[in-house]
Design a protein around this ligand. Structure first.
Ligand SMILES: [Zn+2]
Length: 304
């Protein structure tokens, strides 16, 4: 167990890194860590996480009562308390608004596709906790649904939350989420997203023990059953990961393109009625009359 002074310095350092990387703006975000069995060390309300000093931190009990500190504890304290209540194994909690991951949270797109081996071995999938007004009791309720099965999640139209066996482990998971979101965004902009096959995902899960990575929950054997459990208001006890059967292939190609009906397979009657599909726009090249003329002139010139 690190000393209190070391933990204060570590919170300052993690806050500085979050701010430097643009995961928080102004006074956004909050960080907490367990201090022994019955107390928490937490960032204070209304300070920029990039410019904190060790003496600014608050000490609270596990009910959120302030025991020490000149300032009041974070406005998101209730969310932190809920994570510690549900997860006795968790030693630290980090909350931030990293822009790409938060973009996915705003778009309502969870980061749950089996795409990167590194993410599958560390975090598994990253769901989206339902929208809740920040700093109210709604937010811990939304987080409660996923925290037993996940070390990291997006918060709808808000940001991201991570937890870990120590402060740096919780912070690195925030880095992993933002990095994963960035890569997913680029792949989707490029119009292709090949997925790891289910068999490969199982293999990666098996490797966790080799690297000493603990997962809060296994991958759901039946994702549709797991989603039904969530819909009925119960907390997730396994992780939903989108990983199709590979039939001997380790990568399953082109999810986005395969999902969109091609022009050839669409009957003329339904084609007109169908709203435009984004992937089709990527397949189409539009030229002005002038550009087309220039292309034809150029082709003729090449023939001469
Ligand atoms: Zn926030």
């Amino acid at each position: 167990m690190s000393s209190e002074s070391q933990l204060r310095a570590d919170i300052v350092e993690v806050g500085r890194r979050m701010y430097a990387r643009g995961y928080t703006a102004s006074n956004d975000g909050n960080i907490s860590v367990r201090l022994g069995s019955d107390r928490l060390l937490m960032t204070p309300k209304s300070v920029c996480k990039g410019f904190m000093t060790p003496d600014m931190m608050c000490i609270t009990d596990l009910e959120g009562r302030k025991l020490q500190g000149d300032r009041d504890p974070s406005s998101e304290m209730l969310m932190h308390l809920e994570v510690y209540r549900q997860r006795p194994d968790v030693q630290a909690v980090v909350h931030a608004h990293p822009p790409i991951a938060t973009g996915f949270a705003v778009a309502g797109i969870p980061l749950d596709r089996a795409v990167l081996a590194e993410v599958l071995t560390t975090l598994g999938s990253i769901p989206i906790a339902e929208y809740a007004t920040p700093s109210t009791k709604e937010l811990p309720e939304a987080v409660r649904k996923y925290i037993k099965a996940h070390d990291g999640m997006l918060l709808a139209n808000h940001g991201a939350l991570t937890s870990g066996a120590d402060l740096y482990s919780a912070y690195y998971k925030m880095e992993t989420i933002e990095h994963f979101a960035k890569i997913s965004l680029v792949a989707r902009l490029l119009g292709r997203e090949n997925l790891l096959a289910r068999e490969e995902v199982d293999r990666l899960q098996g490797l966790r023990g080799t690297y000493g990575i603990k997962s809060p929950a296994p991958i759901c054997a039946d994702p549709s059953e797991a989603l039904a459990v969530l819909d009925s208001g119960n907390p997730a006890m396994c992780q939903v990961v989108q990983a199709p059967a590979g039939d001997g292939q380790r990568l399953v190609p082109d999810l986005i393109r395969d999902r969109t009906p091609s022009l050839a397979s669409t009957s003329p009657a339904s084609y007109g009625a169908r709203p435009p599909q984004p992937a089709e726009a990527a397949d189409e090249i539009r030229l002005t009359y002038r550009e087309l003329s220039a292309l034809i002139e150029d082709a003729i010139r090449q023939l001469r």
